[in-house]
Ligand binder design. Structure first.
Ligand SMILES: NC(=O)c1ccc[n+]([C@@H]2O[C@H](COP(=O)([O-])OP(=O)(O)OC[C@H]3O[C@@H](n4cnc5c(N)ncnc54)[C@H](O)[C@@H]3O)[C@@H](O)[C@H]2O)c1
Length: 278
């Protein structure tokens, strides 16, 4: 097999949690372009419908895409889908743990002072952890077990540059607001994204002898309509001086879920324009 051929994931079944979101759809594009079959799991029916339509418009209505409306905080729902996929395809090859509660705190987003650390509601803590960490744990447990029995599989967790460094809260501040009214990046974001790196190392070593690899990708922010003031503050913190284009993680995703990265496990792959170097 040539180096380029190793990137192809022909007929591989790739489960993507939060698959109908902004980046989840791009992970799905990477899978389709690698000739694999993306399985989008998402809690939002509306988002799933849009993602399915857009992917078929882009790659043709014959392209294989599976979509499920599912809440990954409910283990029985994950088990049901896993059972259906095994029955249909006989194998599940990749899990991308991508789903998250993503409170929008950048730029023009509504002020969310309740998420300041001293006011952070326990309920919100539990809900965020339930999706970002416990959901990833449950999916890794259900699908990882299937992969271990197959003797082959890949788990890719999606962390963030904020899995490596703390958020610089100054970039979310707005002029003219008192300190207690300022928006902050929530504590759960840091905890979940750092936690996913720990989960990855655990899974990588636990499954190393069973043919299941686990790695974690730490992407930085992508352009998504943020206002000029926010962009200026953020890009000042990034050596390359810009956010990522939403397309820019696809090739790294394909590398990490394919045979191209066959000797890689337990690795933290940072793709952030250099932000975490500063
Ligand atoms: N967008 C960025 O700039 C950026 C940067 C770094 C890291 N990330 C990470 O990448 C991942 C994807 O980010 P995004 O920007 O596409 O976010 P997004 O909000 O667009 O997508 C997240 C998806 O997860 C789904 N989801 C939420 N709870 C769920 C549940 N219980 N069960 C199933 N699905 C559920 C949502 O419906 C949504 O479609 C996240 O983990 C995020 O933290 C994003």
């Amino acid at each position: 097999m040539t180096a380029i051929e190793k990137f192809y994931i022909e007929n591989k079944v790739v489960v993507i949690t939060g698959g109908a979101g902004l980046l989840g759809c791009k992970h799905a594009e990477a899978v389709i372009e690698g000739k694999g079959i993306p399985v989008l799991l998402d809690i939002s029916q509306a988002a799933v419908n849009i993602a399915d339509r857009r992917l078929k418009e882009k790659y043709g209505s014959a392209c294989k895409i599976e979509t499920y409306v599912v809440d990954i905080t409910k283990r029985e729902e994950i088990e049901k889908i896993a059972g259906e996929l095994v029955e249909r395809y006989g194998h599940i090859d990749v899990l991308i743990n991508n789903a998250a509660n993503n409170p929008k705190v950048e730029g023009d987003a509504a002020n969310m002072k309740a998420i300041q650390f001293e006011n952070f509601p326990l309920q919100m803590w539990m809900e965020d952890i339930a999706v970002g960490l416990t959901g990833a744990f449950a999916c890794a447990q259900v699908l990882g077990n299937i992969m271990a029995k197959q003797g082959k599989g890949v788990i890719l967790n999606i962390s963030s540059d904020l899995g490596i460094i703390a958020p610089d809260q100054r970039i979310y501040q707005k002029d003219g607001l008192a300190e207690e009214q300022q928006t902050v990046k929530p504590v759960t974001y840091s905890v979940i994204k750092h936690g996913l790196i720990g989960l990855t190392k655990y899974l990588a070593t636990y499954y190393a002898q069973k043919g299941v690899r686990a790695n974690v990708l730490c992407p930085a922010g992508v352009y998504n309509g943020q206002n000029e003031e926010f962009l200026q503050k953020l890009t000042n913190l990034i050596p390359m001086g810009r956010m990522a284009d939403v397309e820019e993680y696809k090739s790294t995703i394909l590398y990490l879920i394919s045979e191209a990265s066959s000797y890689m496990t337990g690795s933290t792959v940072i793709v952030d324009g250099g932000r975490t170097c500063w």
